[in-house]
Design a protein around this ligand. Structure first.
Ligand SMILES: *Cc1c(COP(=O)(O)O)cnc(C)c1O
Length: 419
């Protein structure tokens, strides 16, 4: 966009507010406005909301750790022993031994050398692309290339955008969702281009579909092409694999991913925080160059201690992961038995397909009256005509909770002619 093309007349502050208001009204009319339904009290398998008890089917609280007694206790102890906050970024005076301990524990859990905490996975993803891709490593004339799944998370898309604005030496090739054939053919085609660095980027699990990337293929392709493989495991760490080590474990390639990003805001406690994990030299470099790390505050001790406890729990035994997998199998089987169509898979994200946006909207509202808290997704978040309710199962659910949700689905589904 060149400066000379700006033709609209000066808006002024008053008109700005008027225009914002009319934009918001447009989105209310188009039913794309996002309303928040407050949870009254604790997050959990069953919550209080909209004036009644609700089976919670919309949270990323996969292991039920968001208010697990051990996690709350660890956070309390962390608060007492290490205080409320550090009032500093990591490299000035915001590093405590617990930050280093958590980084080591994350790395060991994921089977890599090292890890670096960030305030969120969003920040971690931004850090990776802006600090590492097209980094000035002493060469003068070079181009890098990123191969990115079209359905990758917004934070990956923004991280790539930001890095491409900062340094104009990165090419982006967004391949069709999970299309490894297209990825392979592009890599072959690009052999002739003499790229300095090739990076392949994928979500481990895609949040709208609950599908995973077949990482065995990706590891193989990356190796054959000497490309760096980056996988965002936000929806998978603590969720997939027999011991909760994520998509790599599920696909039989644990420890073989070059770079893993993830969040502490989902299965690993649900509060906040993110990380990048991989080779020590790469993590050391990020500690020097990541701007969200260098210029943003250190994670609060309560969160750090609770996240260490979450990893303790995962390493002690598989009981929570097993319960999550059993609950997921049960819900997937039973909801289909009632006649609903779901996207097939193994992940606790279970998209229940209803077709039109208006049905998804009516259905989620009616379910709330019946004591089921679930959110609908429709265009433009998912393709037209593929509106869905995105159910998310948790180890915090008991079979009775799932049964209660299933009968509500049956009742409301019949009423709306979905089943
Ligand atoms: C949730 C999510 C994020 C963002 O994680 P935060 O820690 O909440 O910033 C990033 N990537 C993916 C794939 C996610 O699902």
């Amino acid at each position: 966009m060149s400066q000379s093309k700006v033709k609209a007349k000066k808006m002024g502050v008053k008109s700005l507010y008027q225009n914002l208001d009319s934009e918001l009204n447009k989105s209310r009319e188009a039913k794309t406005y996002k309303y928040e339904v407050p949870v009254e009290g604790l997050q959990g398998g069953v919550v209080q909301a909209a004036g009644r008890s609700q089976v919670m089917l919309a949270s990323n609280n996969y292991l039920g750790l968001a208010n697990h007694p051990r996690i709350v206790e660890a956070a309390r102890k962390g608060l007492e022993k290490y205080g409320y906050g550090l009032a500093s970024v990591r490299f000035i005076c915001g590093t405590q031994n617990i930050h280093l301990e958590l980084e080591e524990r994350i790395a060991r859990f994921l089977g890599v050398e090292s890890a670096i905490l960030h305030s969120s996975c969003f920040a971690a993803n931004e850090a990776f692309f802006t600090a590492l891709v097209s980094a000035d490593l002493g060469e003068t004339d070079y181009r890098d290339v990123i191969y990115s799944d079209q359905l990758n998370h917004a934070s990956i898309i923004d991280g790539i955008r930001l890095s491409r604005i900062a340094v104009k030496t990165t090419d982006l090739r967004a391949y069709k969702h999970n299309d490894v054939e297209q990825l392979k053919s592009w890599l072959a085609e690009d052999q002739a281009k003499d790229y300095r660095l090739s990076v392949i980027v994928t979500d481990g699990v895609f949040s709208m579909e609950g599908e995973y990337a077949n990482l065995a293929d990706f590891v193989d392709i990356a190796k054959r092409n000497d490309a760096l493989l980056f996988v965002d495991e936000s929806h998978s760490t603590g969720v997939l694999g027999a011991t909760g080590r994520g998509t790599p474990e599920h696909c039989g390639v644990h420890g073989k991913i070059d770079v893993i990003s993830g969040t502490l805001g989902k299965a690993l406690g649900g509060a906040a925080g993110g990380f990048i994990a991989g080779k020590k030299v790469l993590v050391d470099y990020l500690r020097q160059k990541s701007r969200p790390y260098t210029f943003s505050n250190s994670l609060p001790p309560a969160i750090v201690c609770a996240a260490i406890e979450a990893i303790n729990m995962l390493e002690e035994d598989n009981s929570l992961v097993e319960k999550l997998h059993q609950n997921t199998d049960y819900f997937r089987k039973e909801v289909q038995r009632l006649g609903f169509t779901i996207l097939p898979g193994v992940h606790p994200i279970v998209p229940v397909m209803v077709g039109e946006a208006s049905i998804a909207q009516d259905m989620s509202n009616l379910l709330l009256d019946e004591g089921v808290y679930v959110r609908g997704l429709w265009y433009p978040v998912v393709p037209k005509g593929e509106a869905r309710l995105r159910v998310q199962i948790s180890a915090a659910h008991e079979v009775e909770d799932l049964d209660r949700a299933l009968s509500a689905f049956q009742k409301v589904g019949k009423k709306l002619g979905v089943v």
